[in-house]
Design a protein around this ligand. Sequence first.
Ligand SMILES: C[S@@+](CC[C@H](N)C(=O)[O-])C[C@H]1O[C@@H](n2cnc3c(N)ncnc32)[C@H](O)[C@@H]1O
Length: 356
Amino acid sequence: MQARQEQPELKSGVTRMFATAIQGLAPIVSRELSELPGIAVKDSGFDGRSDLIIFDAARGSRDAVLGIGSAEDVFVEVGRTLRSEGDKPGWIAGRIWRPERVQRALSVWAEEIRPLSGSMTYRVIARVLQEHSFMRTELRRQFSDAIARDRPRWRFADPAQIEVWISEYVPGRFIAGLRLSDVRMRQHEGRAAEREGALRPTVAAAMVGLAGTPDGVLLDPCCGSGTILGEALSAGWEARGSDTDPEAVRIARQNVPGARIEEGDARKLEIADGSVAACVSNLPFGQQFTVEGDMGSWQRSVLGEMARVTRPDGKVVLLSPDIARPVVPAQLRSRDRFHIRLLGTRTTIWAYDRTG
Ligand SMILES: C[S@@+](CC[C@H](N)C(=O)[O-])C[C@H]1O[C@@H](n2cnc3c(N)ncnc32)[C@H](O)[C@@H]1O
């Protein structure tokens, strides 16, 4: 039998929280969180759908957390427990929904969202990694019952004012929390015009973050609807983009009026050598958007152009399921790689340093 999961008393003013992210982005979200004053990242995991990052937030740092670009949602923690303390859904629900701790989480929720009234609406989202002892739906039912016993005037509804999530984020370990973020967190500013194949804004933000501190021009030479350019502009970059498709250029201009966007081929950029600080791009990978000729030669030409226009010490950050080593020019040194899953498809963020 494992030891009881430790939940040491928190220092006053510290809130225990967690964030969710696209599968594979936890290291980037953890880094982004750790850079904020007053935040201490404690743990991370994966609940079968999303990565989950657990952290403590000192007084005054919660608002900054809600501004993290690469996270999908942010929660105030209600409690944690282990399967090894008793692997029945009713017991797990009872151990996590403890009225005194819930009260503390609810006051954080009320400070961030709106004052509580006696009769709130709520719904429960449950995720489990293993269904050998019980089904996810059974945990959701038992957890809803535990809430109903503690808060008899609350009503179950969908959508609801309060969303309570319970997730098995590491095999055998559960965490529960109240959602503080709403759709604006993952949609960011939203897009004025849509086009197929648009990137998730949280992934675009993570990629822009990997390009480092804004310092001049960030170029996306396959910009599509302009999601990366929008994130770059909000981060403080001068944003420049191009695409071969005139319709993409029209839409991107509508979505990111502050960026300079032109029609152009990423294999023959009309841009001077060493004139941009970073290239960040979601490359076509032959499904929604095909490329001319074979993918290897196409990537070799595009990466060659990116290495040419990026200044020494600049960054190149790309999203593509596969970039074979031989197509990467010698001036691009591989720095990092993050395997992620987007809409059920495996792909990779590749980060390179442009060497001198
Ligand atoms: C995966 S999409 C980019 C989606 C974009 N990140 C968004 O959020 O909308 C790839 C883009 O590359 C463009 N493209 C394909 N071949 C190109 C080339 N040779 N030069 C520039 N753009 C190209 C396609 O028109 C498409 O818009």
